[in-house]
Write a new protein. Structure first.
Length: 71
């Protein structure tokens, strides 16, 4: 059985991918693959970083910074 933190991490990931997809006008599958391969995603699922606690806006900004995306 999955723990509550993992479920919350999954929800944050879903929200991040949806936001990025909308902002970049890209398919959610394409964004999901890119996000899942990123260091930001590893940080979301590493409970010791607590990145997921900060919410989707913070995760989106972290991902954009990592990818060199302006805006």
């Amino acid at each position: 059985m999955r723990n509550k933190n993992t479920i919350a991490m999954d929800l944050i990931t879903k929200m991040v991918v949806e936001q990025l997809s909308k902002e970049q006008n890209k398919n959610t599958d394409e964004v999901l693959i890119s996000f899942m391969e990123s260091n930001t995603c590893r940080m979301v699922y590493d409970d010791s970083t607590k990145l997921w606690w900060d919410g989707p806006a913070t995760v989106v900004q972290e991902y954009k910074t990592e990818m060199g995306i302006v805006g």
